[in-house]
Design a protein around this ligand. Structure first.
Ligand SMILES: Cc1cc2nc3c(=O)[nH]c(=O)nc-3n(C[C@H](O)[C@H](O)[C@H](O)COP(=O)(O)OP(=O)(O)OC[C@H]3O[C@@H](n4cnc5c(N)ncnc54)[C@H](O)[C@@H]3O)c2cc1C
Length: 385
């Protein structure tokens, strides 16, 4: 392991790796990623694979529009197929109030060039043939949303970053950060010390612990909540192509994996704050019930796996991204709740631009880490699960 590096990124999830890759792409030398376990083991390998631009605020729509452009070109850019598929997102709407709020979202999305629209229950059933449309009055549909394989995406970013000179150390835990006179001097790990002048906190659910190590005085409320996922045995491909969501059924979301055919998803049940991610029977029962309400035929399909993972939640469900003023060259990109996988390409690009160019055209102000302390919460991000 190196004993000195210009930049140390703490966290080997999709966010830390995307930042590492983008920094190296912009010419940063001497970048190191520390991961306390194996790459992806935090939230990233436990996610629901969904990628959408259907948000209800300008910043997330713009970030996701850029992310989708990057997801689209990722196979060519990173040289590895991440199984990105634009199979759409379908929000089922059951009453006028829901419909009105989704109409407003669609108008905003259309202003930024996202081709979302409100469709009829019959059209929804054409898109998802086994869908139960009882009670559905309309749906919000965007065919350019989609999904990708988190396992492949992690390895794509890691390998591309390594090719550009980034060093990635797995099973290497940051245990302390030496700061003197407001300047970072070193990161102490279980494998020794790395002298450095710059740290990027990409530890998501563990981000508050990293802030504490560096003595960051600003309060950035990120709390780990256990959310769970489920996967069924494969069914005939093409049955449930888009991500299908119903807030009226406890925030249930489900989709068929792009290449393997299993149905994956979850719902709003959460526990915490906690660092325990043991799966629960309550989830298995609750998610199975909701899946079969939306797609009745799923009652004949076997579940093969359930798992737990973290939503690293902030009070407005938007991440904290930016520079910390009190400690020179300390940055944070953490607290991504249920949408960090999809945002990773644009976040990596934005943070790298901020560091290398001192500015970015992406709306990072929205994710200002100081907004909590100022009591300026953003509009709640639309969140699945
Ligand atoms: C059930 C579920 C479904 C989800 N579905 C979706 C979805 O459909 N779409 C979507 O976009 N998002 C989804 N998410 C959210 C998504 O998984 C996260 O937002 C995203 O993975 C965050 O990436 P990250 O790199 O910030 O965090 P992580 O992947 O958690 O990476 C942080 C890493 O930091 C490491 N670390 C922590 N402390 C230290 C230390 N001291 N030293 C070294 N390393 C350290 C951890 O081990 C971890 O690997 C879902 C999450 C869950 C749990």
């Amino acid at each position: 392991m190196k004993s000195e590096a210009k930049t140390v990124i703490i966290g080997g999830g999709i966010i830390g790796l995307s930042i590492a890759y983008n920094l190296a792409k912009l010419g940063a030398e001497d970048v190191v990623v520390l991961e306390k376990s194996y790459l992806g083991n935090g939230s990233t390998f436990r996610c629901g694979t969904g990628i959408r631009q259907q948000f209800g605020d300008e910043a997330n729509i713009r970030m996701m529009k850029r992310s989708v452009e990057l997801w689209k070109g990722m196979k060519e850019e990173l040289g590895y197929d991440v199984e990105f598929k634009q199979s759409g997102y379908l929000f089922l709407l059951y009453d006028e109030e829901e419909l009105e709020s989704f109409k407003a979202n669609v108008r905003l999305q259309n202003r930024f060039g996202i081709p979302s629209r409100i469709i009829s229950p019959d059209e929804a059933k054409m898109i998802v043939p086994p869908l139960n449309t009882e009670g559905v009055i309309a749906a919000a549909w965007n065919h350019t949303d989609g999904k990708a394989n988190p396992f492949r995406a992690v390895f794509a970013y890691a390998n591309a970053a390594k090719k550009l000179g980034v060093e990635i150390y797995e099973y290497t835990e940051a245990r302390d950060i030496k700061v003197e006179d407001g300047k970072i001097r070193a990161v102490l790990t279980n494998r020794g010390e790395i002298k450095t002048g710059r740290v990027i906190n990409a530890a998501n659910a563990w981000a508050p612990l990293i802030n504490k190590m560096a003595g960051i005085p600003v309060e950035i409320p990120i709390h780990p909540y256990k959310h769970q996922g489920i996967k069924t045995e494969p069914i005939k491909p093409g049955q449930i192509e888009p991500m299908v969501i119903s807030f009226k059924h406890g925030g249930v979301y489900l989709t068929q994996e792009a290449n393997q055919g299993g149905v994956i998803g979850g719902y709003e049940l959460k526990y915490g704050p906690t660092y325990d991610i043991t799966p629960t029977y309550e989830f298995l029962r609750g998610v199975s019930y909701r899946f079969t309400q939306l797609i009745p035929a799923l009652k004949y399909v076997n579940v093969i796996r359930i798992w737990g993972g973290f939503y690293a939640e902030t009070p407005d469900h938007n991440a904290a991204i930016g520079r910390i003023n009190e400690v020179d060259e300390f940055y944070i990109a953490a607290g991504f709740s249920g949408h960090g996988f999809m945002l990773a390409p644009a976040v990596g690009e934005a943070v790298a631009e901020l560091i290398m160019d001192g500015k970015t055209d992406k709306p990072l102000d929205f994710y200002d880490p100081y907004r909590f302390e100022r009591g300026e919460l953003r509009q709640q991000a639309i969140q699945m699960g």
